[in-house]
Design a protein around this ligand. Structure first.
Ligand code: HEC
Length: 93
């Protein structure tokens, strides 16, 4: 539910969702796999703290929008989903 409220407007998950502004957050890799919890948490609070560029469109998500407890749940959810990926389509499709 937290994911849907805070992230789903810009990111799909397992290729589900209409959002195409940001990358899918589970396939081919989940950010919990390539960033890990600490860096991912940092990115959510302040995307520019991890990788800076002027055209970034992801906004920082503050504690009013996403409490620390909800952020923890969200990371747990992403770990859970990382074990439930849909198959990636063939290259080029
Ligand atoms: C306003 C739209 C928006 C929202 C809301 C949003 N994102 Fe993003 N996100 C983006 C965009 C766009 C990018 C691509 C980089 C950029 O332009 O900032 C991105 C990039 C990312 C990346 C980096 C992916 C990579 O490998 O480069 C992660 C991880 C991520 N978002 C996670 C999240 C999570 C988790 C949430 C919910 C807590 C969230 N985002 C909410 C738009 C959004």
């Amino acid at each position: 539910a937290t994911f849907q409220r805070v992230c789903f407007s810009c990111h799909s998950l397992n290729r589900v969702g209409d959002a195409q502004l940001g990358p899918d957050l589970n396939v081919p890799y989940s950010p919990v796999e390539y960033l890990g919890d600490d860096k991912l948490a940092r990115l959510i609070r302040d995307p520019q703290s991890l990788r800076w560029w002027p055209n970034a469109r992801m906004s920082a998500i503050d504690r009013k929008t996403l409490s620390d407890a909800d952020l923890k749940d969200l990371l747990a959810y992403l770990h859970h989903m990382a074990g439930r990926k849909v198959a990636a389509p063939a290259a080029g499709s």
